[in-house]
Design a protein around this ligand. Structure first.
Ligand SMILES: NC(=O)c1ccc[n+]([C@@H]2O[C@H](COP(=O)([O-])OP(=O)(O)OC[C@H]3O[C@@H](n4cnc5c(N)ncnc54)[C@H](OP(=O)(O)O)[C@@H]3O)[C@@H](O)[C@H]2O)c1
Length: 369
């Protein structure tokens, strides 16, 4: 094993892929080189890194941005600074850092990264919270803050509510007095999942099928209809969720887990509308009518991508710091916890990749590096 001038270990292992394809087939644990430390570089020992859907899509070659090949997988994680270049002022050995940008390649034991690609985080928060902080909680925080002005007592509806983002939405909303209506897919152990999300602070948990049932109106006896809907699924789940949004409300799409387009009733003559009309006749419940989203309710459809937000705010470090401080305060106060997770030893990475791609896993796979 080589030693650097400063006496720091220089051999590393990483999860490398040389071509795009199914993750289990193309990702391999290999020895990788650690670059020489330049003046503005930081040598980091990685501690833990999750497997997120975007990591999987990047390996498959289907994500909006792709790393040049060969690439080390992973976009999120936390590491400890081992040494810094002579012109690095804001970081020192022992500090914890997380990626400030996408594409860092966090599934490795150590690496040398330019300082501008890293963000310091306090080391008094749990390591697994830090490892999963830069993507999902930030996305949840921004979507709750940037699209509608929500006050305590207002409500938000979201699908894939048991996802990493969904769990963060529930907790951040709860801490702000905002009510959440949480949509999940039906599954054999649904009561257990409902209990878990309620324990996190969810106000209501419903299945995708329940979105079309008359019982939904009972929810809106105690809380107002949502002004904000957060969509991570697409297809029918999204169309059904949209019908509960207030007129002039906003739906933010940030994921497409069902790999189906977002369909929005325009006026009442599409196939989905026809199906809704049948239900309306059957149940005679105007509140469940399609209320054609675009023309009669003027809903706003928006999109959000954390990567783009970071690019747009590269010169606005104050906004980044305000967000990170707020999230770390929530973590310290016990209001924002590590997502439900499975800790996986690095060498068992194939199990983590497989589990991350299975439906109903309900557990973020976190590689221990
Ligand atoms: N735009 C952004 O900036 C941004 C940031 C973060 C994440 N995301 C995206 O948000 C999504 C969730 O990410 P995450 O890390 O929170 O995910 P995660 O923790 O791995 O959870 C995945 C979620 O997707 C659901 N799901 C999977 N396949 C589905 C399907 N066919 N239909 C409906 N639901 C399905 C799962 O539900 P089950 O339990 O029912 O399988 C689970 O709730 C991903 O698409 C990710 O790329 C986007």
């Amino acid at each position: 094993m080589q030693r650097a001038a400063a006496g720091v270990l220089r051999a590393a292992r990483g999860l490398l892929y040389e071509r795009h394809g199914e993750p289990v087939a193309v990702v391999q644990l290999k020895d990788i080189e650690v670059a020489q430390l330049g003046d503005t570089d930081v040598h980091v020992k990685m501690l833990a890194a999750p497997v997120n859907p975007a990591d999987i899509n990047m390996i498959q070659g289907t994500y909006a941005i792709l790393s040049p090949l060969p690439a080390v997988g992973g976009n999120e994680g936390v590491g400890e600074v081992l040494e810094v270049g002579s012109r690095v002022a804001a970081l020192k050995p022992g500090d914890w850092v997380i990626p400030a940008i996408s594409g860092l390649g966090t599934w490795r034991t150590q690496g040398v990264f330019p300082e501008r690609m890293l963000l310091k985080v306090p080391s008094d928060i749990p390591v697994l919270c830090a490892a999963t902080l830069s993507v999902n909680p930030c996305t949840a925080y921004r979507m709750l803050a940037d699209f509608e002005t929500l006050a305590p007592g207002d409500s938000v509806i979201q699908n894939a509510a048991n996802s990493g983002v969904g769990q963060a939405v529930i907790q951040i909303a709860k801490a702000s007095g905002i009510k959440t209506i949480n949509v999940v897919r039906d599954r054999p152990d649904l009561p257990k999942l409902v209990e878990r999300l309620m324990a996190l602070g969810a106000d209501h948990v419903v299945t995708e099928e329940m979105l079309r049932k008359p019982e939904m109106k009972d929810i809106f006896k105690s809380i107002p209809k949502p002004r904000l809907a957060l969509n991570c699924v697409g297809g029918k789940s999204t169309t059904e969720m949209l019908r509960h949004l207030q007129p002039r409300g906003t739906m933010v799409t940030y994921g497409g887990m069902a790999k189906q387009p977002v369909m929005v009733p325009a006026q009442g003559n599409g196939p989905i509308e026809a199906e809704h009309r049948t239900q309306r006749l059957l149940w005679a419940l105007p509140s469940l009518s399609p209320q054609s989203a675009f023309i009669f309710r003027d809903v706003r459809l928006r999109g959000f991508w954390m990567t783009q937000w970071r690019k747009d705010h590269e010169q606005d470090q104050q906004s980044v710091a305000t967000m990170m401080d707020a999230l770390c305060q929530l973590i310290r106060g016990g209001h924002l916890t590590t997502p439900a997770c499975t800790q996986v030893p690095f060498q068992d990475y194939k199990e983590a990749l497989e589990a991350a791609m299975k439906p109903f896993t309900s557990s973020k796979q976190i590689l221990l590096l």
